[in-house]
Design a protein around this ligand. Sequence first.
Ligand SMILES: [Cu+2]
Length: 349
Amino acid sequence: MTDIIISHPAHDPAAFDEFGCHVYAASPSTPDKLTPTKRFFRQVSSWNVTMADGKSVPFWGFKDPNVSGSDSPWPSKIIRVNVGDIVHCNMKPSKGTHTIHWHGIEPTPMNDGVGHTSFEVKSEYTYQWQASTAGTYFYHCHKNTVLHFEMGMYGILIVDPKSKTKKLYDPEEGDKLGDATIPARYPAYDAEGIWCFDDVDPRWHLYDHDAGICGEDIGMDRFEPKYFLCSGVPSNKTLTDSRTLVKAKAGSPVLLRIVNASYSELRITFPKDVLVAEEDGRVFRTNPLRGNFSKPFWTRTLNLSTAQRYSVFLDAPAAGRSCDVKTEFLHWCDYNRVQGTVTTRVLGT
Ligand SMILES: [Cu+2]
């Protein structure tokens, strides 16, 4: 195995400004490599995304090199595995150095993709980790993170339960299901919506890969989003686009996985109470063995800070009726300022 030099945060305040500079870059082989049960490939690429006013904004992201043609999704393609899987993801940055950080998963430091505590990938690396807890996560580049994340270098990561059925999680010993707190039809679902909200400041999208990395002031203390999107769909199309419109048989259980990939505080308002069943990759259970703190709860509003995830259950509305969910993007310092709104829909069929 290649020796890895791990850099440490500086103690001297003057030197701390340069902590982002000169992070170790390498292409080591994966230590203790096992035979994977799920294998993925990602390559860093760039493309333009069309906003609500028709203007196109440059983005970077992770593309699957095995998919030919114009595979340029943003957010990057979903990675979906089951509890127990040994996951391999081969990453080729192709331009400059980048990483993949598995947000919410706890791999070994070598496989965690945080450049400062291990390395940035120069030409190629195969990340290895095991999925242990069902829930909603995401993966993103952790080089010059604030900028690369804004540039679109992320995708949703879902850990499904072992049972491989459409369920948020497999019930465990002591779980109380089918009472007033968790109706018997949950945690299984018929339809699933994955809503990943983002805001875009087009000024930031013109920066260089390494902008601001050595402590220089390039104006990244100013974030002024002009565009508001859900799962790559601009705000003027979220009610109809197939990436955001969730169609479900009347009365059937719907699971919505909601991710805040924006730099705003999100305030989400549902037209009726929904059952919050997961937060940040940890499910809420009514289970005396786990104590009272982990119980699911009903609510009509949810607030999400950056990188936060929630999964909620609701029943699909009657055929032809819709349940419209309003998401407001609140200013990152002043929560009284609504900067943008996106409406998404669950449609009964
Ligand atoms: Cu990157």
